[in-house]
Design a protein around this ligand. Structure first.
Ligand code: ADP
Ligand code: 5GP
Length: 191
C-alpha cells in the first residue's frame, strides 16, 4: 500500500471539517494543521484546528518558503506547512483540508495527490449548513456564499467529486476511494 496525500476541498460549509474529523478517527491519516491569520472560532485550539498567526508571522513564513501552498481568501491567509507534509508522507498518509485553489496548487507539486471536491446537495442546503454552524457574521456568510459558483466551476479538475448528502454515506464513499487509491500504486509497481 502507498501513503497518499488526500485533499478534501469544496465550498465553505459543505462539510470538509466534519469529514476530515471522521477520516482522522480511522487512524489511517495524519491531519496537516494549516496556518491561518483568521481569528479562532469558539472552541478552536491553537495547533489543533489551525496554527493561529498574525499577518506579520504569516508573511515571515512566506518569505522563508515554509509553505507548500498558501492562499488569501475570505480576507485571511491560509497555508500548508511544507515540512510536515514532506516528512510525514514518508511514514503515513496525510490529509489536507484546503480551498479549491490550494487543492489545485498541491496537485502541481504532488501530481500523485488525490483531490476530492465535496459538493453540496443544493445551494439551499449549503446555506443552511453555514448558517447552522453559527460561526460567521452576515458579512462573512455573504463573502463565503459569493465564491461558491467559482469553486464549483473548478470541479472537473478534481479526481473525485462527491455530493455530501449524509455524513455516513459520504464517509463510506471516501473510504472506498481511499482504499482504491492506497492500493493503486502497489498494483502498478508489481512486476
Ligand atoms: P466546512 O469545513 O466545509 O466549512 P463543516 O464541516 O464545518 O464545513 O460543516 C458545516 C456545518 O454543516 C457544520 O455545522 C456541520 O455540523 C454541518 N454538516 C457537515 N456535514 C453535514 C452533512 N453531511 N449533512 C448535514 N450537515 C452537515
Ligand atoms: P475556515 O475559515 O472555514 O476554517 O476555512 C476557510 C477555507 O480555507 C476552507 O475552504 C478551508 O478548506 C481553507 N483552508 C484551510 N487551510 C488551508 C490551507 O492551508 N491552504 C488553503 N489554500 N486553504 C486552506
Amino acid at each position: 500500500m502507498r501513503n497518499i496525500l488526500l485533499v478534501i476541498s469544496g465550498p465553505s460549509g459543505v462539510g470538509k471539517g466534519t469529514m476530515v474529523q471522521r477520516l482522522s478517527e480511522t487512524g489511517e491519516f495524519a491531519f496537516s494543521v494549516s496556518c491561518t491569520t483568521r481569528a479562532p472560532r469558539a472552541g478552536e485550539r491553537d495547533g489543533v484546528e489551525y496554527f493561529f498567526l498574525d499577518k506579520e508571522q504569516f508573511e515571515r513564513k512566506i518569505a522563508e518558503n515554509e509553505f507548500l501552498e498558501y492562499d488569501n481568501h475570505f480576507g485571511n491567509y491560509y497555508g500548508t506547512p511544507r515540512s510536515f507534509v514532506e516528512e510525514t508522507l514518508k511514514e503515513k498518509s496525510v490529509l489536507l483540508d484546503l480551498d479549491v485553489v490550494g487543492a489545485l496548487s498541491v496537485k502541481k507539486t504532488y501530481p500523485g495527490a488525490v483531490l476530492v471536491m465535496l459538493i453540496p446537495p443544493s445551494i439551499d442546503a449549503l446555506k443552511a449548513r453555514l448558517i447552522g454552524r453559527h460561526s460567521e457574521s452576515e458579512e462573512q456568510l455573504r463573502i463565503r456564499l459569493s465564491r461558491v459558483d467559482y469553486e464549483l466551476s473548478l470541479k472537473d479538475r478534481f479526481d473525485y467529486c462527491v455530493v455530501n448528502d449524509t455524513v455516513e454515506a459520504t464517509k463510506d464513499i471516501l473510504l472506498k476511494i481511499i482504499s482504491e487509491e492506497m492500493n493503486r500504486e502497489e498494483r502498478r509497481n508489481r512486476p
